[in-house]
Design a protein around this ligand. Sequence first.
Ligand SMILES: O=C(O)CCC(=O)C(=O)O
Ligand SMILES: [Fe+2]
Length: 485
Amino acid sequence: LVWNQLELEQTEALLIENLKHHVLQLRQRYQLIRKSLAQLRAESVSAHQDFEVHLSVPHRALALIRRLHEDWPKWMVYLNATKAGAGQIRVAKELRQRLPKREDLIKAASDVHGLQIIHNLVPQDPYFRQLNSRDCLALGKYLAHLKNNQHAKDWLKLSLKLYRASGESNKYKSIYKDSQHGNLLYHLGAAKYAQNPSDGDAVKLMAKAYELTPHDEHILAHAESVLEQRTYFDGCRGAFPIKSHHPSIHCRYQNERSDFTRLAPLKLEILSHDPYVAIYHDVLYDSEMQGLIDSTRRRMSRSMVQYEVRQIEISEQRTSNEAPFTEKYNPQLLKRISDRIKDMTGSDMMRSEVLSVVLYDLGGHHDLHVDYHDLYWNPLEYKDQTFGDREASVIFYLNDVADGGATVFPKLQLVMQPKKGSALMWHNLREWGEGDPRTQHAACPVLQGYKWVAVQWILQGARNAISPKDALGSRSAAVDRKKLF
Ligand SMILES: O=C(O)CCC(=O)C(=O)O
Ligand SMILES: [Fe+2]
């Protein structure tokens, strides 16, 4: 056998390179652990002569418990991940059983906070000077959990200051991978937000945290909902950019559907083609609106929400009262409104949900939500819904609201201020029946006066009851569009 000498030499060079790489890695680890050890020793109680006296001070106990509860398990992971010596791993595993638990940390934090209150101390008090950034973060999280947002904020601010001053970010980077910085900003932002949802700083902090720790599910979910909530408030305040469309493109008469519309064409204004959102101006008569209010005002009860199948509940997210308006109260009026809805949408109200008259008092609102159940993805859970999902929503505004009470669509940057006699109509589903998240919307709090609306959800089955040419759907919107250009 003749060996290829060159190849062998190359192989040997690679082996040497590989070993060199291993040595480099070991050296890096060695340096990291050595630096950390010095720090850990300095923090540890055994460095103090009389450690029983030392530990009788609550904040020192907190620091110790926190280190053992939060930091040491991470060293354990580190030892495992870096395939440290089997002996060290075994010892660490045994010691792990003895580490303090969450309850211990909470008790320690509560002791420190108790002391803070009794002596009326600020976190910056020299008394607390031994607490490091991570200890302050633990206290901040504990207090935020108790909804003591002011104190949580104070501790988190100090934590951030210490974090920045100590360069802790670099020191423990590879071991404490939980992104202390992102966590800190998140908790500080969340505490500020809880105190004052319109605090712009709070939202900025949370957005930054979200950027730093995109993998953290907890931060992700909350930050997203806060940022969404924020755009909802922007909408309520009228801060969406003004859209300038030529009215002729967006407004037209709709007179093709019935005798009624031939005599009294509906005034249609299209706000968005995709998803389809439109306003019908002056679509109800005063007498009709008065009839709806008179029939329901003494039968009102608190509105419910349904976030899960078979779970309907009262919620602070929807603070209105409502009553159904059905055949038995005023059959003539129901027929008129039902015909009007058919003229507007081409759909049969009888195969939809019951028309509901809703009253929002001062402060009454309905937080961000979508109207569809998403039957498309959960067909089995809602198998009793014979007529399908909520294809379209129609909101009739029955009075002018003195201030507030707009319907906002943050994702579409659309706002509709209630106008007596008008109706807002939109399609909740995509053409293939899937819920369209862009239709997420909210009813802003009423700031002055009250707000009456009548809500009609049109189910998918209602459309099938009508001949296809009248079909509801973005198909007709698409036709509208072609006609217009
Ligand atoms: O009252 C409004 O403006 C919107 C109501 C609404 O979105 C609903 O009832 O689902
Ligand atoms: Fe809604």
